[in-house]
Design a protein around this ligand. Structure first.
Ligand code: APR
Length: 238
């Protein structure tokens, strides 16, 4: 007997990486408690004080590469799901860390960019970049080298791969949101689209998100507990 689902789309947010030691944004000790979004996560903030913004991401980039930061049971369970699920699995993440990849997932869409990459501010070409980026670090893709910036989608900029995301959601028969507060669009609106296309919708979070009433099914608890349990259920009939 195979699983009732053939096209699973999973949207993740900062909550799936919290137990790996990566700060979330809107908790009491969240990233946005210590600094203003306007200063470090907008093009205007970057233009106003590029060194401050580069340093903000340099600190997070080096933190992500510390030995203590490892994929947790939730990431590993999703890696297992990709390896053993006979249907299609798409991970759409708002996270800029590489823990889904390190947990075993390959089909990962980073709609808000990636911390371990840099982007040319002129051509928008993206390159792997694991060290600091500072003012004066220039691209090697333009005739007149341009300043490298973090490959992060800031507020006011367009999230990445929205066409691919919309196609995946159209085909989904199961849509699961994990560890996101449902405060930021367009990600917070994906559940509504999934429901419209007939998917079963499930929210896994520490507490009800702002989009909670859009979900048919809700499971509240730690991602490291709830996600492995969900994966066992989804693979039971594989
Ligand atoms: N297990 C499950 N859920 C958790 C856990 C955990 N261990 N820890 C925290 N959470 C939940 C919180 O309850 C919260 O609802 O994860 C959610 C994290 O919410 P946010 O901090 O708002 O992060 P996110 O939803 O990913 O933010 C979306 O906002 O600032 C932008 O670009 C940034 O991608 C980010 C976007």
């Amino acid at each position: 007997m195979t699983s009732p689902y053939t096209n699973i789309v999973i949207l993740t947010g900062a909550g799936i990486s919290a137990e790996s030691g990566i700060q979330t944004f809107r908790a009491v000790d969240g990233l946005w408690e210590n600094c203003r979004v306007e200063d470090v996560a907008t093009p205007e903030g970057f233009a106003a004080d590029p060194d401050f913004v580069q340093d903000f991401y340099n600190q997070r980039r080096s933190k992500l590469q510390e030995i203590t930061i490892q994929p947790n049971a939730a990431h590993l369970a999703l890696g297992e799901l990709e390896a053993r699920f006979s249907g299609s699995l798409t991970i759409i993440t708002q996270n800029i860390d590489d823990l889904h990849e390190r947990g075993g997932n390959t089909n990962v869409i980073h709609m808000h960019g990636e911390l371990l990459k840099a982007r040319c501010s002129a051509s928008e070409e993206v390159v792997e970049h694991k060290g600091d980026i500072v003012t004066g670090d220039l691209c090697s893709c333009c005739k007149t080298p341009a300043q490298l910036r973090p490959h992060i989608v800031w507020f006011g900029e367009t999230p990445l791969k929205m066409d691919v995301i919309e196609l995946a959601i159209e085909k989904a028969d199961l849509f699961v949101a994990i560890g996101t507060s449902g405060n930021v669009y367009p990600a917070a609106g994906f559940v509504q689209a999934a429901k419209m296309y007939g998917a079963h919708t499930l929210e896994i979070n520490l507490e009800p998100s702002a989009a909670e009433n859009q979900f048919e099914e809700k499971r509240y608890g730690k991602a490291s507990v709830e996600v492995p349990a969900l994966v066992v259920e989804l693979l039971a009939s594989e």
